[in-house]
Design a protein around this ligand. Structure first.
Ligand code: FDA
Length: 298
């Protein structure tokens, strides 16, 4: 991020929450489960799939993480009852990874088992690098017992291609994204084109070894190159889907859908929207500038 944008983002961080909500509304379905359901129904009516996410992360007590797990179970039940075409995304630190890895694993087992009973699927989001090893470990343990679980990997991490070569041996269902956290230079690529190049190298490796990939990006360059790779490697449609975030680049979403490819939208909802929204803001400081201007032009 350039210094002006970073100043704007820092400024937005000190704004009162109601002001930030003006911006956040674009990226979250709402604060309630019914908001998530409404958005997923709208998407499904257009032939677009969803993955629902109960907002929240980095909880510090077991009570909070048990509450989060119960909300996840309720989401799975609601998806089932409403016949929604949606799976569920989970953040490990919301389920207690930073407190106790074994406790977090047991919480995830409950969720993955419930999803399995509904014939549904659970995706483990990838958070910042202190949790990469533990998240991969959780995934591997779950994958030994269940086939309805997948993981996210981040193309900005230098380690990811090696991780993927190992995970491919398990027949992994991936979401591949660039990565959103601010990571040290020693372990992550900072150059924009290098991240893209690594993304495509990783994608090729995933396809070569026959894995399922959720190609998660709003970058036209990556979408174009993924299209090319899919054609050139003759990848069947049941081996990939595109994925995007709610509220971002709907034109691209509709184009991918019109091209006849499967597209899934990440639909976050819930009371704990603040941290998620600040990260989206860091990606798109133009919106931060817009909020700043609108606040001062009353
Ligand atoms: P890039 O950031 O270069 O964006 C490409 C273009 O898209 C931009 O030029 C802009 O036009 C537009 N754009 C991007 N973000 C925007 C925004 N917020 N508002 C408006 N326009 C925007 N990360 C992670 O570390 N762990 C995870 O588990 C996940 N999970 C995840 C799920 C899904 C479905 C997606 C799509 C993304 C994630 N991510 C994630 C986030 C991901 O790592 C990455 O930060 C964002 O997708 C942005 O990267 P792009 O590939 O879109 O490229």
């Amino acid at each position: 991020m350039n210094p002006i944008n970073s100043t704007i983002v820092n400024f937005v961080k000190i704004l009162p929450k109601p002001a930030v909500y003006i911006f956040a509304k674009k990226y979250i379905a709402g604060e309630k489960l019914e908001d998530g359901v409404r958005v997923v129904k709208e998407l499904n009516s257009k032939g677009i799939l969803a993955t629902m996410d109960v907002l929240g992360e980095a909880v510090t007590t077991k009570k909070e993480s048990v509450d989060a797990k119960n909300e996840c179970l309720l989401v799975l039940e609601t998806i089932q009852k409403n016949n929604l075409n949606s799976n569920l995304s989970l953040k490990p630190t919301q389920l207690g990874l930073a407190i106790d890895e074994e406790f977090c694993y047991n919480q995830m087992v409950e969720i993955v088992e419930r999803a399995k009973s509904y014939n549904n699927f659970v995706r483990i989001d990838m958070e910042d690098s202190p949790f990469t090893d533990a998240t991969i470990n959780l995934f591997k343990r779950l994958k030994e017992k269940y086939d309805n679980v997948g993981i996210v990997v981040q193309a900005y991490l230098k380690r990811t291609l090696d991780d993927v070569k190992k995970l491919n041996k398990l027949g992994t269902n991936y979401r591949l994204c660039k990565g959103i956290y601010i990571e040290p230079e020693e372990i992550s690529y900072k150059d924009y084109q290098k991240v893209r190049d690594n993304y495509l190298d990783i994608l090729r490796q995933m396809f070569t070894d026959g894995n399922y990939v959720g190609i998660a990006t709003h970058d036209d360059y990556l979408v174009e190159n993924a299209y090319k790779m899919i054609k050139e490697m003759n990848i069947p449609k049941d081996k990939f889907e595109f994925q995007m975030l709610y509220g971002v680049k709907e034109n691209l979403r509709d184009r991918i859908n019109a091209d006849g490819y499967k597209i899934r939208i990440y639909v976050p909802f819930g009371e704990h929207w603040y941290k998620y929204s600040i990260r989206r803001l860091q990606e798109n400081p133009n919106i931060a500038w817009y909020i700043t201007k609108s606040i001062f032009s009353f």
